[in-house]
Write a protein that binds this ligand. Structure first.
Ligand code: SAH
Ligand code: SF4
Length: 342
C-alpha cells in the first residue's frame, strides 16, 4: 500500500486495480501523506465558501435527492433577490469572500434573472467570487452567467459509468449531457467542480476507481465528494448511507493525485459523523462550505435526512466550525481562495 501512496505522490498514474487497492486501505498512512501534501500547498489554512440555497424547486427527478420534483412532501420556496443580498451581507461581514448560489433546476431563474443577480452581487462585493451550482443549462446560458461575473461552477458528474448513471437518474438525464455541460463550463473559463456521492445505490469500488480516473482526465479545479445519505421520501429511502472511511480514502487519493485540488469537507460528511468534516481536513480537504441561507430555508432545503446546521444562527454555526477547525490545528481564513494552477 505504501508503495502506491509514494507512486501517487510522485505524480505517477495509477492503474484501475492499484486505485482499488488504495480505496480498500485501512491504513492511516494514506491520510497522513495527503494531509502533508495539502499542508505544503495550503498550510493550515482552510477556505470558506458561504452557501446560499436559493431555491428548492427542481424540475429534475434524481432518485437520490429529497428535492426531486416527485417529492410532494416538500414545502417549496425561492429566495427573493433582497433575501439573497441579505445573505451575502451577513456572509461578507463574517469574512466570506466566496458565495455559492446553489439550488434545484428552477425555471424561475432565467438567464436574465440570474445575470442581473450576479451583476448586483459583484457590484456590491467586487472582492468576492461567485460560485454557481444550479444544474444543467445550455452553453449559451453558462456563457451569459460567466460574462455577468460568475467565477466558478459546481456540477457533480455523479458517476462516470453509464449504467450506474441510469440507476441513479430517470431516462431523460444522461451522463453524456453531464459531460457536455462540464466541457462547456471549462471551455467558457469557469473554475469547474465535478464529483460524486460515496455509497450511492449500485456503486461499486470499480465505479469509484473509474470516477477517479475520469476526474484525472477532465482535470477540474474542485472535486466535491461526500457520502450518499438516504432521504425518507425518495426511492432510495431504505438504502445505507456512504461510509466515512471510504470517503476519507477517496479525498486522500484525490489530494495526492493533484496537490492543488480544492477539496471540500462536505456537509454530508458532517451529517453522517459528528467529526466528519474535521476527519476530512485531516485526510487532505481544504475547503468548508458553511450555510448562509435563512434558517427557514435551510430546513426546507433537504437533499437528504439529518442534514446538520438546519437550525441556529449563521454566525453561531460559523463560529462553531471555526473553533472545531482550530482544535485540530487549522484556521478558516477570509479569502476568495481561487484555484491556483501549478
Ligand atoms: N441541483 C444542483 C445542485 C443541488 S444538488 C445539482 O444537482 O447539481 C447538489 C448535490 O447534492 C448533487 O450533485 C448530489 O451529489 C448531492 N446530493 C443530492 N442528494 C443527495 C443525497 N441523498 N445524499 C448526498 N448527497 C446528495
Ligand atoms: Fe434537482 Fe439537483 Fe436534486 Fe437532481 S440533485 S433533483 S438536479 S436538486
Amino acid at each position: 500500500m505504501k508503495n502506491l501512496v509514494d507512486k501517487l505522490e510522485k505524480s505517477q498514474i495509477l492503474s484501475h486495480s492499484e486505485i482499488k487497492t488504495l480505496l480498500n486501505s485501512k491504513d492511516n498512512y494514506l491520510h497522513q501523506r495527503a494531509r502533508h501534501v495539502a499542508k505544503t500547498i495550503y498550510g493550515n489554512k482552510i477556505f470558506a465558501r458561504g452557501l446560499i440555497e436559493v431555491t428548492n424547486y427542481c424540475k429534475q427527478d434524481c432518485y437520490y435527492c429529497g428535492l426531486r420534483r416527485s417529492n410532494n412532501h416538500v414545502q417549496r420556496y425561492r429566495l427573493s433577490e433582497a433575501q439573497i443580498l441579505d445573505c451575502c451581507k451577513t456572509g461578507y461581514n463574517l469574512g466570506f469572500r466566496t458565495f455559492v448560489m446553489q439550488g434545484g433546476e428552477d425555471g424561475h431563474y432565467t438567464d436574465n434573472t440570474m445575470a442581473a443577480l450576479i451583476t448586483k452581487i459583484k457590484s456590491q462585493y467586487p472582492d468576492c467570487a461567485i460560485t454557481l451550482s444550479i444544474g444543467e443549462r445550455s452553453r449559451e446560458s453558462y456563457k451569459r452567467l460567466y460574462e455577468a461575473g460568475a467565477d466558478r461552477y459546481l456540477l457533480r458528474h455523479e458517476t462516470a459509468n453509464n449504467a450506474h448513471y441510469s440507476q441513479l437518474h430517470p431516462s431523460e438525464m444522461s451522463l453524456s449531457s453531464r459531460k457536455e455541460c462540464l466541457q462547456n463550463l471549462k471551455e467558457i473559463g469557469y473554475q469547474v467542480g465535478c464529483g460524486f456521492m460515496v455509497g450511492s445505490p449500485g456503486q461499486t469500488l470499480d465505479h469509484i476507481a473509474d470516477d477517479l480516473l475520469f476526474i484525472q482526465e477532465i482535470n477540474p479545479a474542485m472535486v466535491g465528494v461526500g457520502p450518499f445519505v438516504p432521504h425518507s421520501s425518495t426511492p432510495f429511502a431504505n438504502r445505507q448511507a456512504g461510509d466515512l472511511w471510504l470517503t476519507l480514502n477517496i479525498l486522500a487519493i484525490l489530494r495526492l493525485m493533484k496537490p492543488n485540488f480544492l477539496l471540500p469537507a462536505t456537509t454530508a460528511l458532517g451529517s453522517i459523523h459528528a467529526k466528519g468534516r474535521e476527519h476530512a481536513v485531516l485526510a487532505g480537504a481544504n475547503v468548508i462550505m458553511p450555510n448562509l441561507s435563512p434558517t427557514d430555508a435551510r430546513q426546507k432545503y433537504l437533499l437528504y435526512d439529518n442534514k446538520i446546521s438546519t437550525d441556529g444562527e449563521t454566525a453561531a454555526n460559523f463560529s462553531n466550525i471555526k473553533q472545531s477547525m482550530k482544535e485540530i490545528g487549522y484556521e478558516i481564513i477570509s479569502a476568495r481562495g481561487d484555484y491556483l494552477e501549478i
